[in-house]
Design a protein around this ligand. Sequence first.
Ligand code: NAP
Length: 242
Amino acid sequence: MPSVFITGASRGIGRVAALLFGKKGYQVGINYLNSEKAAQSLAEELKGMGTAPLLLQGDVSDRSQVRRMFSQIEYHFGGLDVLVNNAGIAQQKLFTELTDEDWDRMFSIHVKGAFYCCQYAVPLMQNRGHGSIVNVSSMWGQTGGSCEVHYSAAKAAVIGMTKALAKELALSRIRVNCVAPGVIDTEMNSILEEGVLEELRQTTPLGCIGTPEDAAEAICFLAESRFITGQVVSPNGGFYIG
Ligand code: NAP
């Protein structure tokens, strides 16, 4: 049975991706930070599909916690086929008001988190002779988002990391790709002021906000492709066309 580890799988895009992989018969490693009940109910749903999910509580920005989660993955799954670096946070703030803590937290979760997870996943994938990594960036990492300079910079770093790692790992038959979603209807966007989401909907050429399924389907597609590596796929309703 193939295995996948998804960070930030308790809610939103990660949760829907976990269910899609479960339907395809994967053993799913569900990482969460605080939402224990939501993660447990996801695990129950996956068990109902006949899979044996693994719940992994931990902060992706902490190397020792990531190391612990990967030793559990190795013990229970015996290796790893797919890693999805999805965990993330959002914050809206004027650039001039950003603190060192804001900046470091954003980079620790999005960039260091993906760095740590990739570092522990790669040897497991090399042992299997193949692997697939999907990093979740954002359209704002491609276009820049006002009042989200630290978020945009971290998400642009994730794209750079994807491209470089794809080149370095191709000989090991490990593909590395990136999904850069546009505006997706999840709890993450509850930080937006009233009316902003509607404005974003109106400026999206397809005239709607994305669903977690739109992003999760792109994640699964890249995870299971054969000849695609180092690429960025952007489910964004035409908001940004690169
Ligand atoms: P969400 O609904 O807010 O869920 C965020 C997930 O990340 C939760 O499962 C949360 O876990 C987890 N998480 C946060 N910090 C963590 C940490 N330090 N360690 C481990 N897990 C952590 O967000 P979403 O909208 O699904 O976003 C998923 C990814 O897509 C993020 O990388 C986000 O930047 C990206 N994205 C989202 C949008 C959008 O419009 N929603 C657009 C572009 C890109 P707990 O709940 O357990 O704490």
